[in-house]
Design a protein around this ligand. Sequence first.
Ligand code: MG
Length: 366
Amino acid sequence: MKIQRIEAIPYSIPYSHPLKFASGEVADAEHVLVRIHCDDGLLGEADAPPRPYTYGETQDSITTIIEKVFAPQLIGLDPFDRGKVHEVMGRTVNNQVAKGAVDISLWDLLGKALGTPVHKLLGGYTDSMRVSHMLGFRPAQELLDEALRFGQEYGITTFKLKVGRRPLGLDIEACHVLRNGLGPEVELYLDANRGWSANEAMEVLRRTEGLGLTMLEEPCDAKEAMSRRRLVEKSPIPIVGDESVPTAGDVSRELLSGGSNAICIKTARSGFTEAQQILGLCTGLGVDVTMGNQIDTQVGSLATVSFGAAHEATTRRAGELSNFLDMSDDLLADPITISAGRISVRDIPGVGAGIDEDKLARYRQN
Ligand SMILES: [Mg+2]
């Protein structure tokens, strides 16, 4: 089996409302669908969600790097020879999201070629993940109303609050209102997307003491190395590295320098192959991991579930899997359902992300 053709198809689907966080705002899912065609007719697919604010990749850069740089070097290779593919892509620095989508497309191909679901190839630990839902950047009462609705409608009992606003009191108030309104059993944790300084984060931790928050993600820029290390040492809860750790090398640096003591894994920026390397590092060192969301479509969310459900360590905490609910539509032919707070893997060969060709024709941009 040989790689015959690689497509990087830009498409755009509006969100039902603009999404805001400390590092930016987005109104449309301007993503890239990656398709790797093989000479025997098999097709591997994955979604690439560019995050210009976070990683500097855009829809155009992902399309160009895949079609102009990677494809000419990958065509003719056997998709099973992932080591060779990664050696080729590794010659180009950065471009993690483009590389991640090529990697997931290859796993999808392998699953289809072997007639096996990819979650089984990756590890096959279990068949579903608990869902964590993200809230944030709105008045406290609206956040509480949304959390209560998601609890009722989907059975979700874990919420990540997007914070990082100034003055700090807005987010601190939201923490108190959510805890009081949701009761003690619901899990709450925070993600500041580098919105604060390390000292501001310390103040938030002091003023939310006793609320039972379980984690604080990317409170400040990891480059503030000295004060971030002090925060990690003093914090009673894990400080999670997310956008500071897109690669296994970044994870090593942040863990060894004391810049984080828990790690967010995102398949959209690491693919499955590097995500497994990151997971191995973390489990070897006894460091907690979370499965994060890169504002993924349903196609991307299925990839996260396939990886997360495949390993024991990634199922200990709820995965951030519900961002697709903010989209007005999706490319996935058979929609994902959240039931009793969980999303299940698909027991069909590959990652399970069958594309609705009519929808792709409607939303594609070239
Ligand atoms: Mg994050």
